[in-house]
Design a protein around this ligand. Structure first.
Ligand SMILES: O=C(O)CCC(=O)C(=O)O
Ligand SMILES: [Fe+2]
Length: 256
């Protein structure tokens, strides 16, 4: 990692765009993370649909949607069932992506807003053509403002989303470039047992684009940037992973 890339990342996050695309997990790392996620996925399926678990195993996580009617999808996957265990945290911490982020930001902690006692790397399942599998546009900062967790003093939150299984152009993360520069209003709305933020403007009035990500690609973004999951227009279940870095400094790149 050279300082040019570091400055580009910092520049994009605070500059015009609000996000940076260009860092990824190495293919071997992606494969290892897939196995770690699939292990947690099948363990939860064993609890929720014990008789069908062999069938899920055979189909695999990308074809999860073909079997999801065999369990209660909407109650089977609360966030705590999708926060990876400590061995996975240790592995992901050792990957080239995390090393690159440390070169950019220096050593950083990762949030644990569910108070599970470990750094939170959590994954998501978004089935094809299921609009209820994605939430509305939001800035992650709003969740913190609505008391979903405590940010230590003297740090800036920086979010990372990475595609684990996805089909570029058909699913993934929607972003609104430059939206981190505005103070959007929102209100809290009760959903899934929590007060969750809902933006006050119509999505049709925003310049929303689908970020082009291949499996393994990460999006590093300013936690005031508007974003949200895209309805999956692909053939397979989209799987992604997220975490929030608490970075000590947010250096501005040199001008020019
Ligand atoms: O992946 C999604 O559907 C939503 C992701 C998100 O909101 C985030 O990474 O902060
Ligand atoms: Fe988010």
């Amino acid at each position: 990692m050279n300082s040019l890339v570091a400055n580009q990342v910092l520049g994009h996050l605070q500059g015009e765009q609000g996000y940076y695309l260009g860092l990824s997990f190495h293919p071997d790392e992606l494969q290892a993370i897939r196995l770690l996620i699939e292990k947690q996925w099948i363990e939860n399926i064993i609890k929720n649909a014990p008789d069908a678990c062999e069938k899920f195993r055979e189909y695999g996580i990308e074809k999860y949607h073909e079997l999801s009617a065999l369990l209660k999808h909407h109650t089977a996957w609360p966030k705590i069932k999708r926060v990876l265990p400590q061995n996975a945290v240790d592995y992901i911490r050792s990957t080239s992506l995390l090393k690159a982020l440390e070169e950019i930001y220096g050593k950083f902690a990762i949030s644990d807003e569910e108070n599970l006692g470990r750094e939170e790397f959590y994954w998501r399942l978004v089935r094809p053509n299921q609009s209820s599998d994605v939430g509305p546009l939001h800035a992650d900062a709003w969740f913190w403002e609505l008391d979903h967790g405590i940010t230590p003093p003297g740090v800036t939150r920086v979010k990372v989303w990475a595609a684990i299984y996805c089909e570029p152009g058909l699913n993934g993360l929607r972003v609104v470039p430059g939206s981190h520069k505005k103070n959007w209003t929102y209100h809290g709305e009760y959903r899934d047992g929590f007060s969750k933020p809902k933006i006050d403007v119509e999505e049709a009035d925003l310049n929303i684009i689908l970020a082009e990500t291949k499996p393994g690609d990460a999006i590093i973004f300013n936690d005031r940037m508007l974003h949200g999951g895209a309805v999956n227009h692909g053939k397979n279940t989209r799987v992604s992973i997220e975490f929030t870095m608490f970075v000590k400094k947010m250096l501005l790149p040199p001008p020019g």
